[in-house]
Every structure is written in C-alpha cells, then in structure tokens.
Design a protein around this ligand. Structure first.
Ligand code: ADP
Length: 542
C-alpha cells in the first residue's frame, strides 16, 4: 500500500521561487568583475533567471542541453545557476584554473552548446576557441558598456539578452531525476571525469547542508562562500542559501586576505567556507594588522585537511567556531562534518581540538564504511584503517558518458580513494589519499599526519610530505616546506618539533625548503608534480 502524500518533484526552481517569495528582499552582494560592489536580492535573481531562460529558449537551448560557465562567485553566476537548471538544461561549471587543454577537453566532452564567461576569462576562451567543437555561442557576463573587443564568434552580451525579455515565464515541471548540473573532477591522473547531479540530489543535499549539524544555514546568516561555484557547486551553498533565505556575499575574483576580510566586515558575514589555503591568507592578514572578526562566528574548512594549528587559531584566538568538513565532487560534496557532540562539552580544550581535527561524522543521507584490500569491513575503533567507501542519494552512480566504467559495486558503494579510520562515535579521520600514503618497510605513514604536525611548527607556513624511494625501506618521507618570510626555522628545528608527536619511524628523512608549493586547480597540494620533481632525490639516509 502506498502512502497518500503528494508526489511533487524536488526541483531546483522550487528553491529560487521559495526564496523570491519568502525572502525576496534578502541581499545578494557581489564584488563585481567590473569593480564596484553590486547589490541585488532573491526576487531580482529569480526574475532575471527567468529572463535568461526566455533568452536561451529563443537561442535554441533545449531540455537537457549542457551550458558551460567560466565565472567567479557573483550574482550573474547565481542567476545562471538557477536559470539554466530550472529551465531543464544542465549548468556545467568549468574550472578556469585548469590547463587550456583540459578546458577544451571538458567543454567538448560535455558538448556545451553555449558558454557563459566572465570578462576575466574571455582571453582564455579566445585561446582555445578553434578547438571547441560544439559551442554555438558565447555569452559575456557584463553590460554593453563593458563589452570587450573579442575574436570569439557569436558573442552575446549578458545584460542585453536579459533586457530584451519580460520575465513572464513559469518554471517548467519535470522529473526530479533529470540532470541539473555537471562538474568535472580536476583529475590529478587521467582525464577529468564529469559528475552529473540531478534536481532531486541537489534539493536533498540542500536540506542536509541547512541542518544544524550539516553546515547549519538559516535566514539570519550572511554567508560568504570563498569556495568557488566552479568547485563542487560551492559545496552546495548557493542552493542551501536560497532554501533558507540566507544573505549571500560573493567575493568575485578577489580572494586575498584583505579583500575577504573587508567584505566580511562590511557585510557582517556570519559564516564562511573555503579550503585551508584561503584561510591561511586570511588569518595572515588579520594577524599582521591586529584585527578581529566582528560578526563571523563560524567557518567551514574542507577540501583538504584543516591543520590543528588553524583550528586552534580560529577557535582559541578569534572565537570563530570551526566546522571541519569532508566530501568530494562525487558526493555533491558533503559527506561528514566535525561538530562536537553534547557529551564533549566538558572535555579539555586539548581533547576538543583532537576531535575537531577529525573530518567528522556522517550527515544523515550518507553511509560510510572502511574496508581492507579484500573488501572486508574494518572495525570502527578509531585505530583500524581502510579504504573509505560511501553511498547515498547525492553520491554519484557513475561518471558522465560512463567514463571510468562502473564506479559503484553491486551494493552501491563508491570508493572515495581516501584511506580513513572511523572511531566508536562515528568520527571519521582521513589518514591519506590511497595514492599518497608512504609505505615504509611494511608500515604505512600518513602523509597528512606529518603535514599537519609540520605546519604546527613555528615558522612553517605550508608543508607537503611525499614518499621518496629508499633502498632499504622502499619509501621514506620527505618534507617539502615553505617558511614564513625571513624566519630562521631550520630543518633540525622542524624534525625536533615533529619528535613531540610522531614515532621515530614516522619522522621525515629530510626536509627541503622551497618558496612555493604547487597546487591543483582546486587548491590542493599537487603531489603528483612534487613526486615527479623529487623522484631522483637522494635522501641522506639512503
Ligand atoms: P578534486 O576535484 O580536487 O578531486 P574534490 O573536492 O572532489 O576535488 O576532492 C575530494 C578529495 O579531497 C577527498 O576525496 C579528500 O581526499 C580530499 N578532502 C576533502 N576534504 C577533506 C578534508 N576535510 N580533509 C582531508 N581531505 C579532504
């Protein structure tokens, strides 16, 4: 017997319609690419998204067509997010930090019909335009006054397209399982692969993001997503913000510490989200200038492990609660959040930091387990580690066009490529990417553990730990670190610092100081590049 409940499809259009009707005046503030701060609200965003849908229909865009975007976090990108998906086409966010060949590959693989582009990235498209096979036209995200000279063909001006429409348009109703957006993983190996989200998965994920133990988003929040909209849908924040009527503050192209801090203060931001590298810059600026946060009370750190020292600074020095979150593009992306439980209230600061440093507990909707190489489930004792598998209604069932073949097993589990422990309270801790662990004489050394400890050493700004071949032990750890400017910290100081927390066999065999570490397009340490650079490195112990 079926229940007697209305079967209304979960569609992205419902998010922006809800926000426009119930939180119409709530502001969307953007640092525009043209320069000035721009203000709009949910009512306007919905109206202009409808106008864009009308314009795209006239240009021949049909249900299911992929439309690319190369854009920063800003109000026009938000209008496109809602407009394209809500009309039934697929919003394909392209990461502009990828190599030109990868961008060409992705746009062709997705068969993008049109590409929306911020002024900043017009030259990037001009350079690859002759290799784009299916693109029928480009929409430059600006007004007539700022339209650039360009060698692109079939160019449209965003504001002109919108001005020509009346917005008298009803969002269509269709199957909630229809594709809504597409995001390629940056792919440190092989070609990038497309993760194709649905309306249903996006709306369910938004509910989860809004829950108190998700990211806890509500209408009193002013949210600044530093995480880009081209990276796993800015962790789902644009959709969740509309669902809850939260104010959005969009940083545009300026992600340096000063620009982010100024926006946070001016717009009384309460919640922010980004990768550790970004917070490093922000905290550096705040510290140097002896500043405080007047409104920000929590921040989400994810994408890579949040070092304990960073969590301590936010919580201990600035009173900003940290939600350490883990997920991946393939998971929409939220998987776990590192909030404390009621029973942790009376623990010492030290014990609390140790918990906050873990990647956290599963949110409702995501199942986790760890398995060994034979697929046998490992105990949840916080000690045993294994390959981390996940399943749930917002986790990919396969990459676009079946790239990479079948990626879930018969029971629906997807292998994350991470290695982790799970403790009896359900807190998961990533010990490594399966390809980054250092296999030393039959023991595994977690590169992440060593990195976390290394950045806690005074004078060390950033550190990467990689395996270097060793005649006796197979592999041994090498630390490649960046120092604070003019800081006298030495290799011996760093090793001495690591001795406090690591076993002797886990200590690095050598330390190299560099000016800068390479990062992927999504801000993670690019270890493949480092491994390649240091593959012939002679360790003093070899
Ligand atoms: P990419 O496109 O670079 O793969 P993703 O966000 O999809 O970007 O990357 C997901 C991976 O990032 C995870 O599998 C995990 O290895 C790493 N990651 C994400 N969040 C964390 C975290 N909080 N701590 C450690 N690693 C993380």
């Amino acid at each position: 017997m079926l229940g007697l409940v209305q079967d209304r499809p979960l569609l992205i259009s419902s998010l922006i319609e809800y926000a426009a009707l119930n939180h119409g005046d709530v502001e969307i503030v953007s640092r525009s690419v043209e320069g000035p701060i721009h203000r709009t609200n949910y009512r306007e965003v919905n109206l202009r998204a409808k106008k864009m849908a009308q314009a795209l229909t006239k240009l021949g865009v049909e249900f299911g067509d992929r439309i690319g975007t190369l854009a920063w976090n800003g109000y026009r990108h938000l209008e496109i997010y809602f407009g394209i998906s809500a009309m039934g086409s697929v919003c394909h966010t392209i990461n502009p930090r990828l190599f030109p060949e990868q961008i060409t590959y992705i746009a062709n693989h997705a068969e993008d019909k049109f590409i929306f582009v911020d002024l900043t990235f017009v030259p990037l498209l001009e350079a690859v335009k002759d290799h784009l096979t299916g693109v029928k036209g480009f929409v430059i995200m600006t007004d007539e006054a700022h339209m650039p000279e360009t060698s692109l063909d079939n160019v449209y001006c965003y504001e002109t397209l919108i001005e020509a429409e009346d917005g008298n348009y009803e969002w269509p109703v269709f199957d909630e399982n229809s594709a809504s957006s597409l995001c390629y993983t940056s792919g440190t190996t092989g070609n990038p692969k497309g993760v194709l989200y649905s309306h249903r998965s996006t709306v369910l994920h938004s509910f989860c993001v809004c829950t108190t133990d998700g990211l806890g988003i509500g209408n009193r929040d002013s949210i600044l997503p530093v995480v880009p909209m081209f990276h796993a849908n800015a962790w789902g924040i644009p959709y969740a913000a509309a669902m809850s009527g939260a104010k959005m503050v969009m940083p545009g192209s300026q992600m340096d510490g000063q620009s982010i801090y100024e926006l946070m203060e001016q717009e009384q931001v309460t919640l922010s989200a980004g990768v550790p590298t970004v917070w490093l810059m922000l905290l550096g600026y705040v510290k140097e200038n002896n500043l405080r946060f007047s409104s920000m009370n929590r921040t989400v750190i994810g994408g890579s492990a949040a070092p304990r020292s960073m969590i301590e600074t936010f919580v201990g020095e600035y009173g900003v609660e940290v939600c350490h979150a883990w997920g991946m593009t393939e998971m929409s992306p939220l998987g776990t959040t590192g909030n404390l439980l009621k029973k942790h209230e009376n623990l010492s600061d030290d014990e609390k930091y140790a918990i906050r440093q873990k990647q956290g507990r599963t949110v409702y909707g995501v199942e986790l387990k760890i398995v060994d190489d034979e697929g046998a489930e490992q105990p949840r004792d916080g000690v045993a580690f294994g390959r981390l598998l996940v399943r749930g209604p917002w986790i990919t069932s396969g990459y676009f066009k079946h790239e990479g073949g079948d990626v879930v097993d018969a029971d629906g589990w997807f292998d994350t490529g991470d290695v982790a422990t799970i403790d009896p309270d359900g807190y998961m801790q990533i010990t490594d990417r399966s390809k980054d662990v250092i296999k030393s004489g039959g023991e595994w050394i977690s590169s992440i553990d060593v990195e976390n400890e290394a950045v806690g050493c005074p004078g060390i700004v950033e550190a990467a730990v990689i395996a270097v071949p060793h005649p006796k032990w197979d592999e041994r750890p090498l630390v490649i670190a960046v120092k604070e400017k003019d800081h006298p910290v030495t290799k011996e100081d760093l090793v001495h610092h690591l001795e406090n927390s690591l076993a002797k066999w886990q200590l690095p065999d050598d330390v190299v100081f560099v000016d800068e570490l390479p990062h992927t397009a999504t801000g993670k340490l690019l270890k493949t590049k480092l491994r390649d650079e240091y593959k012939d490195y002679k360790l003093p112990t070899a």
